[in-house]
Design a protein around this ligand. Structure first.
Ligand SMILES: [Zn+2]
Length: 225
């Protein structure tokens, strides 16, 4: 039997087959480094490199708990900005995956998810709500419903660059519940928490409308400043 000579064409063919096979076996790419992945959107190496906060879980009132597992640092900050401002929607399931990994167990009594509402004007300009995109895989995994009758009724300016007092003024009466709220423990899903004032304002409105408990799940905690 005679072997065919190895040509650049046959090498390219082998490479093409190898690529197809690896895509079939490992259909995902790590969103941070591009490494082929079997079933997770973030590889173990990148997961180990992410900067975790030292106190990811708090329970300061009015919240039942607040979980924000990562520092707002590279590459999490870059991923959140790319999702929000450059419409890189593939980051949303990866960020949701990181959130689910950070929960020791999904709290039993949570009975609804509330992606942090965007004002309709900003939603219209952006075309999507990044918090909804991040919350969607969590809804699929838990089977919990989204609350859809809470609105942001003021188009507040961006919070970054404001002092704590300015943020508080900026957010006064920013949210409203339209109709009834029949859920007992609402889990707010957001991308970044800074002072927590936005979530506090939202929690006050939810508690005033009949919710018994409100908690927060966010990807990252940014230091005010
Ligand atoms: Zn990676």
């Amino acid at each position: 039997m005679r072997w065919a000579p190895i040509t650049s064409r046959s090498l390219a063919l082998v490479a093409w087959f190898w690529r197809r096979i690896s895509e079939a076996v490992c259909p995902l790419c790590c969103v941070f480094c591009g490494a082929r992945q079997f079933d997770a959107p973030v590889c173990d190496g990148c997961l180990g490199d992410l900067v975790r906060v030292t106190d990811p879980c708090g329970n300061e009132p009015p919240f039942m708990f607040v979980i924000a597992p990562y520092e707002y640092a590279f590459p999490i900050d870059a991923a959140i900005k790319a999702l929000k401002f450059r419409r890189k929607l593939f980051y949303a399931p990866a960020l949701a995956h990181l959130l689910m990994l950070s929960l020791p167990a999904f709290p039993d009594d949570v009975d609804a998810l509330l992606p942090m509402p965007l004002h309709w004007r900003r939603h219209g300009l952006r075309g999507f709500n990044q918090a909804t995109e991040i919350a969607r895989p969590i809804r699929r995994a838990t089977g919990l419903p989204f609350i859809r009758n809470v609105v942001r009724c003021r188009n507040t300016p961006f919070q970054s660059g404001l002092t704590a007092a300015q943020r508080k003024r900026n957010l006064k009466s920013a949210f409203a519940v339209k109709g009834d709220l029949c859920h007992r423990h609402v889990l707010i899903v957001d991308d970044v928490i800074t002072t927590g004032e936005t979530c506090r304002q939202l929690a006050d409105v939810l508690l005033g409308a009949g919710a018994k408990r409100v908690s927060v799940l966010a990807i990252a905690r940014a230091r005010p400043g």
